[in-house]
Design a protein around this ligand. Sequence first.
Ligand code: SF4
Ligand code: SF4
Length: 134
Amino acid sequence: MQSISFHSLAYNLLYDMAAETLARLNPCKTNNNGYCAGQDDGSHLNNLRCCRECSNVSKVGACKVKSLACKAWICRAAAESNPEAAVELREIMEQAAILGLVAPREPKGFVMSHLGSIPAPKSWVMMDPDSSLW
Ligand code: SF4
Ligand code: SF4
């Protein structure tokens, strides 16, 4: 049986891979005003549209937690404008899903304490109603 430390290491590795893809390919194209590729409706409640209404957004619009599901997810607008990034992130997300590590908007600690009980994702609409990577 795989140990919790294996899942912790896998979580960190996949998170870092997703972060590297985002940094290298910049699918979100977030500008200096905090607007991004998926932000075409003028809404600006938080800096990142897909983080809207999430309790983990800080007062300055940054994410306060380490969430692999969020890091490897991009919306339809970002995915369609950057297919290379979408392919890389989807592969990362698929690996995370196989290991049961995908819990949108939940921090790593939640995932580590719920190993084996997190269902495989079927849809990403929970993070943005009009966008979906899968
Ligand atoms: S947990 Fe996810 S949705 Fe919430 S602020 Fe962080 S990245 Fe955004
Ligand atoms: S995933 Fe979409 S909505 Fe979220 S920051 Fe990237 S471009 Fe914006």
